[in-house]
Design a protein around this ligand. Structure first.
Ligand code: SF4
Ligand code: SF4
Length: 239
């Protein structure tokens, strides 16, 4: 896998980038090979729903689940085909899950960070451009503001959920020296990835989920939000 190079310049949402990706670029789909494609909980929900499969089927058919070395949390990633290293969703005509492709596929060629102002405590978005030599999109003559690129790529709901999930990662990393029990890891997987079973557990009353009044009727999105808050408020508790 080619090592990406980051432009040193930091960009804000109103800065402009020169980039376009479309079926006419000579490298079309080259970036869909040999990718370490980790799914955030919202990526996982969108893909699972688009494919019409259960969480277990998605992992068994297309992915792998493990405990992340850095996050020490359950991680789900898409497994590349073993013979050509292509993403399993890549078809000759392009990405077969394009409307529900993961956030990493939407964000490229940008990397996004949240930086906290030490005085106000407010977080602001910072972007940097990633350059990989195979990517010819940087030579396309299209200028677009970062904020418009984010909108064009349908990233807004992904960023909202990924930022919320970022609080889970930050909480875990702040207590990285405390091992999680098997029960904690099971609950985290349940609430972030196995939403059908999380819904059942909440419905049956076996799990008390704060702020979830109607487990049967709530949308998948609201259920995931409740799941992330459940992990923050009930599972990742460190004395
Ligand atoms: S999900 Fe789609 S866009 Fe992303 S790597 Fe796979 S084929 Fe490419
Ligand atoms: S390598 Fe760059 S320009 Fe080519 S398909 Fe991927 S993102 Fe688009």
């Amino acid at each position: 896998m080619e090592e990406p190079v980051f432009d040193p310049r930091e960009l804000g949402p109103d800065d402009e980038i020169v980039f376009a990706c479309h079926p006419g670029v000579p490298c079309f789909n080259r970036c869909c090979y040999d990718v370490h494609l980790v799914l955030s909980p919202y990526d996982f929900l969108r893909l699972r729903r688009a494919l019409g499969v259960s969480p277990q089927e998605l992992i068994e058919r297309y992915g792998e689940a493990y405990i992340g070395e850095v996050t020490q949390l359950p991680v789900v990633a898409i497994k590349m085909n073993p013979y050509d290293f292509a993403c399993p969703f890549l078809k000759p005509e392009g990405c077969s899950v394009y409307p529900d492709r993961p956030s990493a596929c939407r964000t490229y060629p940008l990397a996004r960070y949240l930086r906290e102002d030490p005085e106000t405590g407010k977080r602001r978005e910072v972007y940097r451009i990633i350059r990989e030599t195979h990517c010819k999109g940087h030579y396309e003559k299209r200028t677009i503001r970062v904020r418009d690129f984010v909108r064009e790529q349908g990233l807004e709901p992904y960023l909202r959920f990924n930022d919320l999930f970022g609080e889970v990662v930050a909480r875990r990393q702040a207590h990285a020296e405390t091992p999680l029990t098997a029960d904690q890891l099971d609950l985290i997987f349940l609430a972030l990835y196995d939403l059908p079973r999380f819904r059942e557990e909440a419905l049956s009353g076996r799990l008390e989920v704060p702020d979830l009044e109607d487990p049967a009727g709530v949308s998948d999105e609201d259920l995931l939000e409740a799941g992330i808050r459940f992990v923050l408020e009930r599972v990742l508790i460190f004395d």
